[in-house]
Every structure is written in C-alpha cells, then in structure tokens.
Design a protein around this ligand. Structure first.
Ligand code: GUN
Length: 283
C-alpha cells in the first residue's frame, strides 16, 4: 500500500496559526516577540533559508530583523554584534545562520549567544539541558521531526528508530529525542558497514545524510515511517531529498516529501522557541 505523505507544510501551518493567536494575546500585554537573524557572506542557500525565517515571523506576528555582514567580517566584530543583541531587551531570540566563513569559530560565536536567547538550541548549555532531559530550547529540526512523527499517530515507545547521519544539528539531537520518546535507537553514519542490515529493521527511519537519493526501497522495512531531512540540489536545479521518494512511498506507511516536509517544521519550531523565549524574558 502506498504511504501517506506527511505534509509538514500543512502541520506547520496549523502550528503557526496557534502561534499567531498566542502572539496576539502577548501583544495585548504589550509584548512583541523579536527575533534577530545574523547572516555572514552571500551563500544563496543560506539567504534563502533566512528569507523563509523572516517570512515565518511575519506570518505569526514576530518582529524580525536580519543583519547581513560581508564574509570578511572578523570574529571579534561578530562577537561584538552578538553582545549588543544579548543586551537588547527588544531581541528575544538570536540566530546566527550557519555555516560561517572558515576564519570564524562557530563554537565561539554560538557560545557567545545568551542561552535564554538561543532559539536555535545550539548553545552548549541548551544541549546539556536537552541531554539531561531538562526543560530547554530544543534544536528546531529535531524538534520538528518529533512533532511530525507524533502527528502520524505512531507511538515511538518501544519502536526501533534508525537515524542515518550524526551531525550536531540533526543526527545527534534527533537520536536523543527519539530515545526520550522511549524508542530504541540505532545511529548509522558514513562509516556504517552494511547499512541495509540496520535500516531494514527500522520502524522509524530518519535520513539526514545530505546525499541525494541514497535511500531506496531496498533499505526500508514495509510499513516504516520514513523522515527525509535531506535537501539536495541536483544538476537539473531540482531540490530532492536523501530518499528516493517515488520508490520508498510504495513501501513506507508514512513519508515526508522534499520540499514541504521537514523544512517548514524547522522554521515553525524556531518561531515557537522565539515566542517561548519572549514569554520567559517578560517575567
Ligand atoms: N544552517 C542550516 N540549518 C541551520 C539551522 O537550523 N540553524 C542555523 N543557525 N543555521 C543553519
């Protein structure tokens, strides 16, 4: 039976509608949540993501500002900007778009963001709290993936979840969140041998490799929930995922499309974190 397509775009829309109501209530108390995005350099993909974030803010009533800097900005100059944003009470959330140019330490920049304004959930304090299971700002893509799986009505408890990819942004945190949902988690990566041996046993398969079309139907257990995190531009200019969509939709029970699956959820979780941050900072 063909998979149900998990339209992240639709789920994201309904969460954004809820957030818009929440922001309207906050406005009545004189609170306007504010997000500042800092982008360095002229990478077209990064600029496109940042435009999507600004559009999302507008949709729900979050005030947003984009600070664009040339690729030759020094680390010191960037750290000063972050310090100013940390001190600005109108800024509830700070996001520095990654990747940064090689001469700037991403670690130093992320660590400079005040943890209460870390709406990306990338600060070591946010990550530490996530590992401990404490309430904190969760990283947006992993959080969005968990919300999407919940919307399938599939209980994660006791299921075998396989994650392919071990990045700090997706693979590592999503593995942890799946485990906190009581799934049994296996992490695979570029050095895993006989990948199908693991993926064929997955009730939930999360693919975050950044390699176009690497997962085919031979990798997927019939009835699995398949979440495709990849966004790859192929020679034709088309955006495709890490999963062979047409093939895998014939075996999976649920499958996310690319685009329109995980991507819109990521931005929505960022909006949610910004609203939560604004509420906390207003107290
Ligand atoms: N670059 C790609 N994804 C992300 C993200 O979620 N946050 C930031 N800051 N940069 C990114």
């Amino acid at each position: 039976m063909a998979a149900t397509i998990l339209q992240g775009k639709e789920v994201a829309q309904s969460i954004r509608a809820e957030l818009a109501n929440e922001v309207a209530e906050l406005n009545k108390q004189g609170i306007v949540p504010g997000l500042t995005v800092v982008i360095v350099g002229d990478d077209p993909a990064s600029h496109s993501y940042v435009r999507g974030k600004a559009k999302g803010c507008e949709e729900v009533g979050i005030s947003s500002e984009i600070i664009m800097k040339d690729a030759d900005i020094t680390e010191e100059e960037l750290l000063i900007i972050i310090q100013q944003l940390n001190e600005n009470p109108n800024v509830n959330g700070i996001l520095v778009q990654l990747p940064l140019p090689a001469h700037i330490s991403e670690h130093a920049v992320i660590e400079a963001i005040a943890p209460e304004k870390d709406v990306d959930g990338f600060h070591p304090i946010s990550i530490g709290n996530m590992v401990l299971g404490n309430e904190t700002m969760l990283p947006c893509t992993p959080h969005g993936i968990i919300e999407l799986i919940k919307r399938t009505g599939t209980s994660m408890a006791g299921k075998h979840a396989v994650v392919i990819g071990r990045s700090n942004i997706v693979g590592k945190p999503v593995s942890l969140l799946l485990q906190q949902e009581n799934a049994t988690v296996t992490m695979c990566h570029s050095r895993t041998q006989n990948l199908e041996d693991y993926t064929q046993k997955a009730d939930i398969l999360v693919v975050a490799t950044g390699r176009a079309h690497m997962i085919g139907k031979e990798h997927v257990k019939p009835g699995a929930v398949v979440i495709d995190v990849g966004v790859n531009r192929i020679e034709t200019g088309k955006l495709v995922g890490d999963v062979k969509f047409d093939e895998v939709k014939e075996v999976a029970s649920f499958l996310t499309p690319v685009p329109g699956g995980v991507g819109p959820m990521t931005i929505t979780m960022l909006l949610k974190n910004t609203v939560v941050a604004a509420k906390k900072q207003a107290k």
